[in-house]
Design a protein around this ligand. Structure first.
Ligand code: DHK
Length: 153
């Protein structure tokens, strides 16, 4: 093999964005959201993506920060975005517009619980209206399934 061929290519980056109250995972309503923390989930995703992608995992309690990070993902050439917008899923036209504004960057919606089996106010998902696909109801496995979809692109 030529020396020039042995150089590793830079890994693609997958943003994993988490919205309000997800910093409380592990302590927060464990019967619904499980006992794994966001740090546990990050470690799982980093291991799953090892050698294939860099995971850029973030959490904020602020809607506009999520909008900024979606724009940033597109502007920095990210490969894909996984997003669990927390309760902004059900309220945020700003996030819907932000996802549309970064098309064709694939954005995968993630939920630990299955909002469709919960209170009716959780049945609408503005994010789901623009996301490439949605993964919900598998606990931390929802992130894992969404990452598989992103890696398969
Ligand atoms: C997380 C939240 O914080 C809720 O507001 C959503 C989602 C569901 C989840 O299951 O991960 O309704």
């Amino acid at each position: 093999m030529l020396a020039s061929q042995s150089k590793a290519l830079p890994l693609r980056t997958i943003y994993v964005l988490n919205g309000p109250n997800l910093n409380r995972l592990g302590k927060r309503e464990p019967a619904i959201y499980g006992t794994q923390t966001l740090t546990d989930i990050e470690a799982m995703l980093v291991e799953q993506a090892a050698g294939r992608a860099t995971i850029d995992m973030r959490q904020t309690n602020h809607e506009g920060v999520l909008v900024d990070w979606l724009h940033e993902a597109a502007d920095t050439g990210a490969h894909a975005v996984l997003i669990n917008p927390g309760a902004y899923t059900h309220t945020s036209i700003a996030l819907l517009d932000a996802i549309k504004s970064i098309e064709p960057l694939p954005v995968f919606e993630v939920h630990l619980s299955d909002p469709l089996t919960r209170e009716t106010f959780r049945h609408i998902s503005y994010v789901g209206m623009a996301a490439s696909a949605s993964f919900a109801g598998y606990g931390a496995g929802s992130y894992s399934r969404a990452l598989d979809a992103a890696l398969a692109l």
